[in-house]
Design a binder for this molecule. Structure first.
Ligand SMILES: Nc1ncnc2c1ncn2[C@@H]1O[C@H](COP(=O)(O)OP(=O)(O)OP(=O)(O)O)[C@@H](O)[C@H]1O
Length: 317
């Protein structure tokens, strides 16, 4: 049984200056078959109309909008509906288009399924997703066995995304959702990117800074001046390693328990400190697993595919 603790740092998201402060009404070229009321584009074959859905309650608020639990009026099927903020600056509009492009591509049991995307004539966009009834991995504390079950599913999801040349760029407990079927899935492609050129850099300050890899803070200091395609995906592995360690120990592992997070302390810990390790009392396999994820040089970090064959995961088979 997983335990819950309340001793996490309350705010691991550092706000950075916005690229633009101009708010523009959004209108996206989402669908070719616009109707007068709400328009729909399908990520799957079964089409649901926005008017078929009843709102039950708010599941949460993110930077991009609000997520509601909704019920289909005739089938009683439950979904999560993310209503994207109506007014977005140009950078956010561009990113939303990217997210939609990725949601259309992604079809894996290890990523939260997007059923449909609705756009009203006003430009308001809503994303209809599979409902994950146990919410995020935030505040969850697990045993080694439970960690292996979770890690394997997240790695299968990451391996799938990386094979499609998609970098998630915001892996953290809040973006991993679970359900009562013991499934864990990757969510929120809000800052993800498709690597178009092999040397596409992904070291911009996008995503949640607390989980960013050393090379995304400072590629030179992390020995990653020579950008290679595999380095681009290694950023997700660092974030994954930190996330797994966090749900094992119950606090953000880069800082001493209870220490307040600020930009300077975080940057020093990531760039100049030793990578965090699994506690002494953990199995050797788990210590090695965490070490393989949290190597400072991206080229030395294991890939998702290599980690899937790590003894820590094989032990629990
Ligand atoms: N498919 C889903 N099923 C169940 N709950 C969900 C689902 N998607 C999101 N949620 C809930 O809604 C909250 C907000 O989700 P959202 O993706 O908008 O933001 P976030 O990931 O928390 O933040 P940000 O987008 O700013 O990184 C989540 O933290 C989660 O609790």
């Amino acid at each position: 049984m997983a335990l819950f603790r309340n001793n996490r740092l309350p705010n691991l998201k550092l706000s950075l200056p916005q690229a633009s402060t101009t708010s523009l009404p959004c209108c996206f070229p989402i669908v070719a078959f616009a109707t007068a009321s709400t328009t729909v584009t399908s990520c799957s074959s079964n089409t649901v109309s926005a008017s078929d859905l009843d709102r039950i309650n708010v599941l949460g608020n993110g930077n991009g909008g609000t997520v509601y639990k909704v019920r289909h009026k005739t089938t009683s099927e439950i979904y999560a509906l993310k209503k994207v903020k109506e007014y977005l600056d140009s950078a956010s509009r561009h990113q939303l288009l990217r997210e939609i492009e990725i949601l259309r591509l992604v079809d894996s049991p290890y990523a939260v399924k997007c059923h449909d995307i609705f756009q009203k004539p006003s430009g308001e966009v809503s994303i209809l997703m599979e409902y994950m009834d146990l919410g995020t991995l935030e505040s969850l504390v697990v045993t080694e066995d439970q960690l292996a079950l979770i890690a394997r599913q997240v790695l299968k999801g990451l391996n799938y995304l990386h094979e499609l040349k998609i970098v998630h760029r915001d892996i953290k407990p809040a973006n991993l959702l679970r359900n009562s079927k013991q499934e864990v899935k990757i969510a929120d492609f809000g800052v993800s990117k498709i690597v178009v050129k092999s040397l596409d850099k992904c070291n911009s300050f996008t995503g949640t800074c607390a989980y960013m890899s050393p090379e995304r803070f400072d590629s030179e200091a992390a020995g990653a001046e020579e950008e290679s395609e595999s380095n681009v995906y290694a950023g997700d592995i660092w974030s994954f390693g930190l996330t797994m360690l966090e749900i094992l120990v119950g606090y953000f592992p880069l800082l001493p328990q209870g220490q307040k997070l600020d930009w300077c302390t975080l940057m020093c810990a990531v760039c100049f400190g030793e990578p965090p390790k699994a506690p002494e009392e953990c199995s050797d396999e788990l210590k090695s697993f965490i070490d393989c994820c949290l190597r400072k040089k991206p080229s030395e970090r294991w890939t998702a595919s290599q980690l899937l064959s790590h003894p820590f995961l094989l032990l629990q088979d």
